[in-house]
Design a protein around this ligand. Structure first.
Ligand code: PMP
Length: 395
């Protein structure tokens, strides 16, 4: 039930192994860091810390080289088919990444009368920047129509049929999410490209997919123009992240303005984190967390007072994927009688660290709180079963 590679991988996380009585079940918020990442940061800061792109002495050269090679590492990790034509820009995380694409690429790209489609029920980091872009353009007299990317009622997936109908001759851009941070489902990005056609730019919020499942840009089913993710969710330090840009549709993407000192330690950590994840294998990570979340969903679904939120609850009839494959290590639920924040406290009193609020979901009024269990490679079947036992005792 517990493969050797997983036991060994878990041992790499000092914070996890130091607290066997606790279970960290909040990796969608941020991931824990393997020893290799912690050591690499320490080594970098104690042997060659300097600024990047400035200075000509060895530490500065080494820092510049680390930053530049991390750009290539990101492309490689994402299986970029044309690394010579793409760009990687470092950010502090997905929020800054999406804001940068909106401000520095979308605003100059759009013309009066253009249309964009954006998600209104995903993470607010993937909504606010696009609305802000619309406002900025309106101030300049450029009117852009923003449409809601349609969802299938109750399924937690986009409605790709309605999307096809929503696309018009002036549609220029779609912002989508790869894996939903509350519903835990794969948002079937390949169907977005099918629906919008080849000329519409797609920006993918991959905050919950990179590091959790294979993200292969050389796969024609993942034909997107931007991929944005956070370093801290892929086992690197907080304050790191990246934008990958294909630079094929529209003007080349170069963030505007003076670029200050980058987060060099964060970038070093990102490079080592991607090495670590590649050595484990994103397929294995995806298989493991999908197995754990399927186990939790199936058993929780049989406990009467719990309602599972998102795609697990009702799979769209025409979904191309079976339920098993659509659960990506995130399970969100509510108890019929116990408010979610109370449930969060109860679970922590038993050693489970979960998220219990409305999770920055766009459009949330704060009254729709739920409990989210999100998993990574270090979590175990034993943790899930312990959690289920506590949840069952509250049933
Ligand atoms: N998008 C999604 C889907 C997320 O889950 C998150 C983080 N919860 C973000 C964007 C924002 O990421 P960050 O806070 O690292 O900027």
């Amino acid at each position: 039930e517990r493969p050797l590679w997983q036991q060994e991988a878990r041992e790499e996380f000092p914070i996890v192994t130091a607290h066997p009585e606790l279970a960290y079940l909040d990796s969608a918020a941020t991931s824990q860091k393997p020893r290799a990442v912690l050591e690499a940061v320490q080594t970098y800061l104690t042997t060659s810390n300097a600024n990047a792109g400035r200075g000509t002495y060895p530490w500065a050269n080494r820092t510049t080289e680390l930053v530049e090679s991390t750009r290539e590492r990101v492309k490689e990790f994402l299986h970029d088919p044309e690394p010579g034509r793409s760009g990687v820009h470092f950010t502090s995380g997905a929020t800054e990444g999406l804001r940068t694409v909106a401000r520095d690429w979308l605003v100059p790209y759009l013309r009066d009368g253009d249309e964009i489609l954006v998600p209104y029920a995903d993470h607010r980091a993937n909504l606010d920047p696009w609305l802000e872009a619309q406002r900025l353009l309106a101030e300049r007299g450029v009117q852009v129509r923003v449409q809601a990317l349609p969802y299938q009622a109750g399924s937690g997936d986009y409605d790709h049929v309605a999307l096809r109908q929503a696309v018009g001759p002036r549609t220029r851009f779609v912002a989508a999410t790869h894996v939903h941070h509350v519903y835990g489902g794969d948002m079937n990005v390949h169907r977005i490209r099918e629906a919008v056609g080849p000329d519409v730019a797609i920006c993918l919020d991959a905050a919950q997919s990179v590091g959790h499942l294979p993200v292969h840009l050389d796969d024609p089913s993942l034909d997107v123009d931007f991929v944005v993710f956070s370093g801290h969710k892929v086992m690197a330090l907080p304050g790191s992240g990246a934008i990958w840009a294909r630079n094929v549709r529209g003007p080349a993407f170069l963030p505007e303005g003076w670029q200050g000192t980058p987060n060099t330690a964060g970038i070093v950590s990102l490079r080592v984190a991607l090495d670590w994840l590649d050595a484990i294998g994103p397929e294995r990570v995806a298989h493991w967390t999908t197995m754990l979340s399927t186990r939790l969903t199936d058993r929780l679904g049989r406990l009467r007072p719990y309602e599972i939120v998102g795609c697990q609850a009702s799979l769209p009839a025409d979904s191309a994927l079976p339920a098993e494959q659509r659960r990506r290590g995130i399970v969100t639920f509510r108890h019929r009688d116990i408010p979610s924040d109370d449930l969060g406290f109860i679970l922590f009193s038993h050693g489970f660290m979960v998220r219990a609020d409305s999770m920055c979901q766009a459009g949330s009024d704060g009254r729709d709180a739920s409990v989210r269990v999100s998993l990574h490679v270090y979590n175990t079947v034993e943790e899930i079963d312990r959690l289920l036992a506590v949840l069952a005792s509250l049933a």
